[in-house]
Ligand binder design. Structure first.
Ligand SMILES: NC(=O)c1ccc[n+]([C@@H]2O[C@H](COP(=O)([O-])OP(=O)(O)OC[C@H]3O[C@@H](n4cnc5c(N)ncnc54)[C@H](OP(=O)(O)O)[C@@H]3O)[C@@H](O)[C@H]2O)c1
Length: 150
């Protein structure tokens, strides 16, 4: 990336997104773009497409997601699969439509099979059953990875 490339940090107020934003700022990237949840609801396809059409980012760091621990995942499985699939679909597909150069999508250890050999290797992806408590979240994450590859 060049220092004046337009870079969109998605979820810049979250734990991972705020760290990415700080790192980019301290490294001298000066053309950063970001929006709060209130300014841009990533669940709304029309809003996301309008944003991409207007702002034309060249690089995207996707760190917005519905995230939580075991209790939240077990209690709200429908929200975890739905919100994550929709956010990924809207951001990754808009990135595709508007021909961004690169997109960084964050994975998670939960995407790997529960009983995969340790240390986990990337080749283990989709080779066995997932941990059931966060399966909806993991399935959405895996779909996001496959969307990026596609
Ligand atoms: N933290 C970790 O240890 C860890 C480990 C592995 C992977 N990851 C991955 O890193 C990514 C970010 O995780 P995180 O821990 O940084 O989560 P986080 O702190 O909860 O941040 C997520 C961000 O996404 C935003 N967001 C959620 N729904 C949105 C929507 N509909 N529209 C706009 N913004 C929305 C949230 O804004 P609001 O709060 O305003 O809703 C929040 O700023 C996830 O994909 C996660 O799987 C994190």
């Amino acid at each position: 990336m060049e220092k004046n490339d337009r870079i969109y940090v998605v979820g810049h107020r979250g734990l991972a997104g705020s760290a990415i934003l700080r790192k980019l700022q301290s490294a001298g990237y000066e053309n950063l773009v970001y929006r709060s949840h209130r300014q841009l609801d990533l669940m709304r396809q029309e809003q996301v497409e309008t944003f991409f059409r207007g702002e034309r980012p060249q690089y995207v760091f996707l760190a917005a997601a519905r995230v939580g621990g075991i209790w939240a995942n077990s209690t709200f499985p429908a929200e975890f699969i739905y919100n994550n699939l929709v956010i990924e679909t809207n951001v990754i597909h808009s990135s595709h439509l508007y021909a961004i150069k690169k997109l960084l999508f964050l994975g998670s250890s939960c995407i790997y099979p529960k009983l995969c050999p340790q240390p986990m290797g990337e080749a283990c992806l989709l080779s066995g059953y997932l941990e059931p408590t966060n399966e909806p979240y993991a399935v959405a994450k895996i779909a996001g990875i496959k969307m990026c590859q596609a």
